[in-house]
Write a protein that binds this ligand. Sequence first.
Ligand code: MG
Length: 281
Amino acid sequence: MKKIFVNEVGPRDGLQNIDIILNVDERFQLIQSLEKAGINSLEVGSFVSPKAVPAMDNTDTLLEKLVNSKSDYSVLIPNTYGYKQAKDNKVKEVCLVLCATESMNKENINKSIDETILEFKEIIDMAKKDKIRTKIYISVAFECPYEGIVSSEYVYDLTKEFLSYGINEVVIADTIGAGKPDQVKKLFRRLVKDFGSSDFSAHFHDTRLLALSNVKAAMGEGITKFDSCIAGLGGCPFAPGASGNLATEDLVSMLHKEGYETGINEEMLRNSAKLAAQLTN
Ligand code: MG
């Protein structure tokens, strides 16, 4: 049976994009519940300014509580300072986010794309020496709320550039859920043809109910790693209309029905979804 890897982003992407703020114990409880369901790859927090993203404050304390777990944890960082915090907290994988349009990148981290690439290259170099895994999200990879349709040629070029820097994984992210299966297919077909499929994953949103169709389109091109978010929490605070991360329970259910293996128990996953709903009202 073919295996598909599910990377759970609820504890970061989900929780930072809702109104309610969970405390560290509640965040820990949610992560433990997800692990019990069989999820062993999770984005658990970020080292960003707590003023900008209060929900992710105390990610260091959360990581201390997770120190004995065998799961793979990643943490989002926006810059070199965040990288240092991640390193000090013994994080094994850091996530970088680059938006594929100037307007969205400015909105997200207040920098131009060129400035961001320069800083990220430095981070990748440091991470290689420190033996920390790096992953980059190419955000708004299909459509941007400010600039419209994004050129797949440009997303291809950005991906190629980061692979040449030695990034470990590139996540093609449809941040506002506007990507269509034929666009997904076209982009991944080209990327996989030139670079193989193992360094890629995809992050889809269900805003227009196309997330699962987009997953299938990517799987058709050989992609085997996908992000999802328990109970479909969150969207993106800076992207108008970006509600609805693909729900982990929907993704897992579809994969099992189609005969794929995930290592995740659906019934226990439903308990995690209930817990997520309870904790976040
Ligand atoms: Mg998302």
